[in-house]
Design a protein around this ligand. Sequence first.
Ligand SMILES: Cc1cc2nc3c(=O)[nH]c(=O)nc-3n(C[C@H](O)[C@H](O)[C@H](O)COP(=O)(O)OP(=O)(O)OC[C@H]3O[C@@H](n4cnc5c(N)ncnc54)[C@H](O)[C@@H]3O)c2cc1C
Length: 352
Amino acid sequence: MKESENIVIVGAGLAGLTLGYYLSQHNVPYTIIESNNRIGGRIYTDESYGEAPVELGATWFGKQHTELQKLLKELHLPWFEQILGDKAIYEPISTSPPMMVDLPKNNDPSFRIQGGTQQLIKALLNFIPKNALVTNCQVTAISFEQDNVQIKTNKGHISAKKVVSTLPPNLMANTITITPPLNKNLLEKARNTQTWMGESIKIALTYNQPFWRKENLSGTLFSNVGPISELYDHANAKDNLYALKGFLNGVYYNKTKAERQIIVLNQLERYYGLQIHNYVNYKEKVWRNDTHTFVPHKELVWPHQHHGDESYQKSYYQQKFWMIGTETSPQFGGYMEGAVRSAQRCFGEISL
Ligand SMILES: Cc1cc2nc3c(=O)[nH]c(=O)nc-3n(C[C@H](O)[C@H](O)[C@H](O)COP(=O)(O)OP(=O)(O)OC[C@H]3O[C@@H](n4cnc5c(N)ncnc54)[C@H](O)[C@@H]3O)c2cc1C
């Protein structure tokens, strides 16, 4: 690791890499420090040869996500519409059988990036100089001194002029020691800022054939009974690799993968019969168990609680410290769009 740097960005998720992309375009030197052995954070596409790329993290965006779309266009990344079909399996209550319902015409479609959301991460990475990204390196402490910032990691120290945290605020507040300490109100706010999707579980099954499109079935499922609450047809853009992908109730985080797999298959067998077992692979990601994303909140927090709070819209320690990342964005906090917007805001201030 270099001894000193102009700007250090903590975290190589969408916000950190987007900020790096803008800084690179303006020849501003920086280093991104990432604790995980992979980059992308809550963007995580499972890519197995010969199978549909499976989104175990962020998947969809909409027309309203204008800054994300602008970025995708700049990076020449095409997108496609999520298949919903004409019908969905709907399970309103446990005491009556699941039913097929007609889906109304969708005037507000969701879109997916061709090849998987990870394509965005890969495209941004092309703009990050090789020596400007350090992975497997966890920031544990940040001290603000008169003229510089000392950043402590599990691989040594680095000094910088400015530092940007892209961590979900609750994770930052619980895992990085800041000296002098953040003011009490801000620390309290960060601890109570909900980490979007931090407790979610994504599950997917890949198939050689999309059997659910035949026999009047559907890949779209909405269930109030669960434990899978939503399921979608997750074919690739060319529609020649197939998968079903959905959300499993987060309470199953402490089961084993094998136990969750049985739970998933049992539920889906109710709708699809034995053919559900002809899968190629079962895939899952339990975000609650990912220490690079989530630490439990001390108190109950509501979805989007404190997202885009005004305390995140300014810098601290005499313009040496910024908190960005999707949860800090006043618009679309929690979503990829929020991560991109938070990076844009910081870029406008830090590069002055
Ligand atoms: C299951 C799931 C489904 C989602 N679905 C959608 C969707 O359909 N559409 C949508 O728009 N959004 C969705 N999202 C949200 C989207 O993924 C996020 O908004 C976005 O990826 C957040 O990016 P970020 O850079 O702000 O944070 P993160 O991606 O969390 O990046 C933070 C980075 O910091 C790193 N880090 C953590 N601690 C340290 C440390 N101490 N030192 C160094 N590095 C550290 C982490 O490893 C990570 O890479 C979903 C998220 C999940 C989990």
